[in-house]
Design a protein around this ligand. Structure first.
Ligand SMILES: [Zn+2]
Length: 146
């Protein structure tokens, strides 16, 4: 699940050489497709999605599952408030990100637990985004990002 694939957000299709449109491909993790589609329909410019590198180095006790939804712009955090558990905004001067982190106990016997945690986080954000009122968000975007 941690591989990125070229994707056309405009057409909601994975890119291949036969894909002809005026939109450039972005690179996304397949499990985040619904999130990318939903954010696009709400008017967000998604640049890529990645599993990212944890900013917290692994310790003997824990390591972290991490998913990043990286935007092409800096967005006001007020647009998406009260994010689901594990999700938060991070940004630099050029880009905002929605970031999911979940701690995983180091000695966990389940080698696929990181993927399971990431999938849980993705499901939470999907449900959150699906519940958003489109018109309300688009109005807020006009107000906050001009
Ligand atoms: Zn396209």
């Amino acid at each position: 699940m941690y591989e990125q694939y070229p994707y056309c957000a405009k057409c909601s299709k994975y890119y291949n050489s036969r894909h002809k449109c005026d939109s450039n491909p972005i690179y996304i993790l397949k499990p985040t497709k619904h999130i990318v589609d939903r954010l696009y329909s709400l008017g967000f410019d998604v640049a890529q999605t990645t599993h990212g590198l944890s900013k917290t180095p692994p310790t003997n006790e824990a390591h972290f599952a991490r998913i990043e939804i990286i935007f092409g712009f800096v967005y006001s955090e007020l647009l998406l408030q009260e994010l689901p558990e594990g999700w938060c905004w991070e940004d630099n001067t050029l880009q905002s990100m929605l970031v999911y982190t979940a701690e995983i106990e180091y000695n966990t016997p389940h080698f696929n637990l990181k993927e399971k945690k990431c999938n849980q986080g993705i499901k939470l954000l999907e449900a959150y985004l699906d519940a958003i009122n489109d018109e309300g968000l688009k109005a807020a975007m006009l107000l906050l990002n001009n």
